[in-house]
Design a protein around this ligand. Structure first.
Ligand code: IVH
Length: 702
């Protein structure tokens, strides 16, 4: 080899090494930035690395590969898209529009799986071998990504489900689509030889708004909504255009997978975790649940939070967790039987904003409400709609006198969706958001990183009233007679400042209030007294911890069994619990770490409030300290002393599970007269069979 060639060769080797290094580094930083939202270096430092790589690739064009981070800038226009046949069809989903329809779907699932034997109620929430996974239904464009030996080789639209369009160049420009799969941490699964990833390309709300604003300023046409914008961007023939659109990819499933080392993936949740481990962004909230009750609460929360979720979701997708069950269920026409979309109700109408009012909630949040010209939405007359917070008013530029679209979703307060700009008349007025609390005059501030403006005064009467009213509400302590009017009087005359104060009320004091005779006063004191022995889950729900509704409260009570243990639990312990996600866990720990909350609890306990677990009634006369954690019971045949429900509740109150089908995981079958197939199955499997009397003895109630 001559000297020049040799120099060239060394140069090439060095370049190759440096290129590999740079790509690794850039992939890593991309992941930190786009997936973890936690960059390690500044944008300028990133640009420097990026440009160094671009320079080297220009110098050594033969070293350029399709998985290089520089490929995200887009390729020259294509005359048209090639069609691409999906290895496995991309199916669509059947819809459920309310909880009943979801239950009907569950009934069909159970029937299909032949779990609904003679004694199984179809809606029985705890059939043991079937569990569910729920996650948001992203409202964007479905796409399949093909990875061969970890390298992205194709991106394909859904098309008709069988054949889609090859939009690989466009997909490469999406910043959070891994061009090359990596194991992002030690828990990540090995990279399979072949992998089809399925997910949705969406545009985050905030990025959509910014983009549309800029387009407006530039006199360009605006996109109607994030979904249209995302779908349009994906189908650009010039991928350099796609590269300028802020797209995000959420992965939710896989098609083909070959050559995965280690344990095969057996459940939907394992797929999500594996996808996260390979560098994909997955839903920030998802839930595994063994009953639809958990799913329902998740749905309600999502509906409530819908406006604050960073992307548009048009429902929840509920899937059967286990692939084994998915396979047995199969599909009907173009939809799998194992999944369903539980759609958010969307009901909209147009009306005029007559004014804007501010109310103060339990947590001191100042919430603006639009007072509307009354309008009918889905059979209900709506005259007020929430504007959520200050930023929302600004973002949507809602002014008094504007014509707006409002939306009613489920049983939540209607919201203002958008202003119809074309209908804005002269004379509309901007609203000045107050910087003091309209109820108590204290400062109202917007804490760093939050969107909500809050009254800083914890003893603000409006907050106190909301907290007390919540304390007595039906899902909380259910105090008979503690209505809004009464709470108002109690707070206004300074008799009560927090829930603990309720338990200090005397009949004599109460009798002095308006419209309160001695009898009603006595009734209220007695009603309050009765709640002193309330079940722990009600007590927890009454505390008003954010994100802790009746279901989560019950899960916490069941898992920990005592208030002290819940108060001590740390984030990690909480997150390990089925049905409890990181968000809920951090709300719980944050609540109990605050001095004023600990103080309140102490005063409640000294005032005689003693939350019970297991709940009274379920546990009368039973052995204290009994622990069924990890034990699975099946009741079959007739019970003579207990009802099915009571029996189940008893088992649960001791930390056990009561399910409806017998399997290898069952510990006890409690069989009464008339027991049939389940008894036989238990005999076959060698599961211990006892009668009701033995069960009662077991729990100390014989
Ligand atoms: S699972 C068999 N999960 O909804 C289909 N789909 O109406 C299994 N979608 O084309 C799909 N978010 O693109 C699934 N979290 C999610 C989803 C989701 C959005 C889309 C999907 C599909 C459409 C069906």
């Amino acid at each position: 080899m001559n000297a020049a060639a040799e120099r060239d060769n060394t140069g090439r080797t060095t370049a190759r090494r440096r290129i590999a290094e740079l790509r690794d580094e850039l992939h890593h930083h991309n992941h930190r930035y786009y997936i973890l939202d936690d960059p390690l270096i500044s944008d300028a430092e990133y640009d420097l690395l990026f440009r160094e790589l671009q320079g080297l690739e220009e110098e050594w064009p033969d070293l350029l590969t399709t998985d290089s981070p520089t490929m995200r800038v887009g390729a020259p226009p294509a005359p048209e898209f090639e069609s691409y046949r999906h290895a496995r069809p991309m199916l669509s989903l059947a819809n459920a529009f309310d909880f009943d329809e979801l239950r009907e779907w569950q009934g069909r699932v159970y029937r299909q799986l032949d779990l609904a034997g003679e004694e199984v109620e179809e809606t029985d929430p705890s059939l043991e071998d079937v569990t569910f996974l729920a996650e948001p239904k992203f409202d964007g464009a479905a796409i399949e990504l093909v990875y061969e030996n970890g390298i992205l080789t194709a991106g394909v639209t859904r098309g008709d489900g069988e054949t889609g369009e090859n939009v690989t160049d466009n997909v490469r420009t999406i910043r959070n689509v891994p061009l090359r799969l990596r194991q992002v941490d030690r828990k990540a699964r090995s990279i399979p030889a072949l992998l089809d990833v399925r997910g949705e390309v969406i545009m985050l709300r905030s990025e959509f708004d910014t983009m549309n604003r800029k387009r407006g300023e530039a006199g360009e046409q605006l996109f109607a909504n994030p979904r249209n914008a995302a779908a349009g961007a994906l189908r650009q023939l010039d991928s350099r255009v796609t590269a300028t659109r802020p797209l995000t990819f959420f992965a939710y499933g896989i098609g083909r997978i070959e050559g995965l080392e280690g344990k095969p993936l057996e459940r939907q949740s394992e797929v999500l975790k594996a996808l996260g481990g390979w560098g994909f962004r997955i839903a920030d909230r998802w839930l595994r649940a063994d009953s639809l009750n958990g799913v329902e609460e998740f749905y309600r929360q999502l509906v409530d939070d819908r406006e604050s979720i960073p992307y548009e979701a048009d429902g929840l997708v509920v899937k059967v967790e286990e692939f084994r069950n998915q396979q047995r269920l199969g599909q009907v026409s173009r939809s799998p039987r194992w999944a369903i979309a539980w759609k958010f109700p969307a009901q909209q109408a147009t009306t005029v904003v007559e004014g804007i009012e501010i109310s103060v909630g339990r947590t001191g949040a100042l919430t603006p409400t639009a007072v509307l010209e009354p309008v009918e939405v889905g059979g209900v007359t709506v005259s007020r709609a929430t504007l959520h917070n200050r930023e929302e008013i600004e973002r949507k530029d809602v002014r008094i006198g504007d014509t707006v679209i409002i939306q009613r979703a489920g049983d939540v307060i209607p919201a203002v969706v958008k202003v119809i700009d074309e209908k804005r008349k002269p004379g509309t007025r901007r609203f000045k958001f107050p910087d003091t609390c309209p109820e108590c005059g204290s400062d109202a501030v917007q804490p760093e990183g939050e969107v909500v403006v809050r009254c800083v005064n914890l003893s603000c009467p409006a907050q106190i009233k909301e907290r007390l009213f919540h304390w007595g509400s039906r899902d909380a302590m259910d105090v008979d007679g503690l209505g809004e009017k009464l709470v108002e009087q109690l707070v206004d005359c300074g008799m009560v400042t927090d829930p603990a104060g309720l338990y200090e009320l005397k009949v004599e004091d109460l009798s002095l209030l308006d419209r309160m005779g001695e009898i009603s006063a006595r009734n209220l004191v007695e009603a309050l007294d009765r709640t002193k022995q309330a079940p722990l889950d009600r007590f927890l729900a009454a505390l008003g911890i954010r994100q802790v509704g009746t279901h989560v409260a019950r899960v916490l009570a069941r898992e920990f069994g005592s208030l002290e243990k819940i108060m001590e639990a740390d984030q990690e312990t909480l997150e390990e619990i089925f049905d409890i996600g990181p968000e809920v866990a951090s709300q719980v720990t944050a609540f109990f770490s605050r001095t004023e909350n600990r103080g309140l609890i102490k005063r409640l306990l000294t005032g005689g409030v003693a939350p019970q677990w297991p709940p009274e009634g379920a546990g009368t006369g039973v052995s204290p300290g009994l622990d069924f954690t990890g034990l699975v019971f099946v009741f079959t045949g007739e019970l003579e002393v207990l009802t099915r429900d009571e029996a189940k509740r008893l088992v649960e109150s001791f930390g056990g599970r009561a399910t409806s089908s017998v399997s290898g995981k069952t510990d006890y079958v409690v069989a009464g007269p008339g027991a049939g197939s389940k008894r036989e199955k238990a005999e076959e499997l060698g599961v211990e069979i006892i009668n009701e009397a033995a069960f009662l003895k077991m729990i100390g109630r014989a």
